[in-house]
Design a protein around this ligand. Structure first.
Ligand SMILES: [Zn+2]
Length: 273
């Protein structure tokens, strides 16, 4: 990596790597952790934690088991298809970098020069991500105050991440792509049937986005069978249902492996206009 795109979260000037730190001209200093990420949260925000270790490990193991490979493949294909030469990619809310790593590998295999930045609020997640792929530039940062210059990103991935509209629009260059992955109506319906007497389909919001035009929409529909209790539990902890389920119902779910469920995603590729 030749340059860094990160900006100082205090004075917004460009940061430069100096030894094991990032430094701005006003000498605000941010140490690079042993696992390769830099913590750019300041003040009260620095106390935030994001996902806990157990959730992060569950997601890493679940995705590594290949259950979402149809989505992983589609996301890396899109990266290769829309990548410009030497493109700069931001994975916003990258977590433990399972997708980030897949995108980076796909671009490398396709011989497309690139720089990939990952941002998340969770230090624990980025510690895992940094170990997974040392070529990623990772920062603990708020997606509501992205430490990047305006118009400095060619492609931004928002994979089950918060939609921080103003900031995403600011950091993307005109013509740059926003790739959004959201759950479709029947996503995890089989899991919901195992949990609830009358499961509802997910609401899918209108796809129109101010300041963007929809360039491509890909629907992914698949059926997966969670082979064992561990895989079923790992998936369950990744979902919002985990927090809405009684301890008793949680225990009952454990007994239901192997469990078959639909998975359904919408992948939306927007162009900044
Ligand atoms: Zn500074």
């Amino acid at each position: 990596m030749t340059t860094t795109l990160f900006c100082c979260p205090i004075c917004a000037a460009q940061l430069s790597p100096v030894g094991n730190s990032y430094l701005c001209p006003a000498r605000h200093t941010f140490d690079i952790a042993r696992q390769g990420y830099v913590n750019l949260l300041t003040g009260r925000a620095a106390q935030q934690h994001g996902d806990n270790k157990e959730m992060i490990a569950a997601r890493r193991d679940f995705l590594a088991a290949g259950y979402y490979d149809a989505l992983m493949r589609q996301v890396s294909d899109i990266a290769c298809r829309h990548a410009t030469q030497s493109c700069r990619i931001l994975d916003a809310g990258c977590g433990e970098c399972s997708y980030t790593d897949r995108i980076a590998r796909a671009l490398t295999e396709a011989n497309i020069p690139h720089e990939i930045l990952g941002m998340d609020i969770s230090r624990e997640a980025l510690a895992i991500g940094g170990k997974k792929n040392k070529s990623l530039a990772l920062a603990v940062a708020s997606l509501y105050h992205i430490p990047l210059e305006s118009e400095s990103v060619d492609m931004l991935f928002e994979i089950f991440a918060p939609h921080c509209h103003e900031e995403y629009r600011r950091v993307l260059r005109t013509g740059g792509k926003l790739v959004m992955v959201i759950p479709a109506a029947r996503h995890l319906f089989g899991l919901k049937e195992a949990l609830y007497a009358t499961p509802y389909e997910n609401e899918v919001a209108d796809t129109a986005l101010d300041g963007f035009s929809l360039a491509e929409q890909i629907s992914i529909r698949d059926t997966i069978t969670l082979a064992n209790e561990t895989d079923l539990w790992n998936l369950f902890t990744m979902t919002p249902y985990f927090y809405r389920t009684s301890p008793q119902a949680k225990e009952q779910l454990r007994q239901k492996a192997p469990l078959t469920t639909e998975i359904a995603f919408e992948v939306l590729v927007y162009e900044k206009v």
